[in-house]
Design a protein around this ligand. Structure first.
Ligand SMILES: [Zn+2]
Length: 167
């Protein structure tokens, strides 16, 4: 049983859940079944993490909904096997996370190595108009991008969104 399943079980039992700081606040019209309360106690930290909005404005639930939607589109509209559809959905989540958590660096310094621009080693803007640019030496880009991607993967894994390796 995961935090996601515990959350669903609680809602199915008629419990309304909100987060106040680190506390999970329950509201229910009738006394919830003890088994459901035990589940909530057991998964409290995970459920709080799912419900609390993050810096990018999306909660873990929003991320899971986005993942499910992308996986569904790839599987049913794209005709992919489930494992491939989930792999594609994961890539979409990583890209979306990078867009929602942009790096805004001041021009003049490389965001990868912190060095400045040289005549023979120009800084290049990476990113989009929408998210702003990070300035990097071309040789610094791949390491910087890999570390940004690792940041996205780590953030998503806290919501239980993980890279499924195909069997
Ligand atoms: Zn650099």
């Amino acid at each position: 049983m995961s935090a996601v399943q515990a959350l669903k079980a609680a809602r199915d039992a008629g419990i309304d859940l909100t987060v106040d700081g680190d506390a999970l606040v329950l509201a229910a019209a009738k006394v919830p079944p003890p088994a459901v309360l035990d589940l909530l106690a057991c998964h409290k930290a995970g459920i709080v993490a799912l419900l609390r909005p993050t810096n990018d404005g999306w909660s873990g639930e929003d991320w899971l909904a986005f993942f499910d939607e992308r996986a569904g589109i790839a599987e049913f509209d794209g005709g992919l096997p489930r494992a491939s559809a989930e792999a594609r959905a994961f890539d979409c989540c990583v890209a979306e996370w990078l867009n929602r958590n942009p790096v805004r660096a001041s021009a003049g310094y490389c965001h990868g190595c912190g060095g400045s621009e040289h005549a023979h080693d120009k800084l290049l803007p990476f990113g989009t108009e929408q998210t702003g640019h990070a300035w990097l030496h071309s040789r610094c880009w791949s390491a910087w991008h890999a570390s940004r991607k690792a940041e996205a993967v780590a953030a998503l894994s806290t919501f239980g969104i993980c890279m499924r390796t195909s069997p």
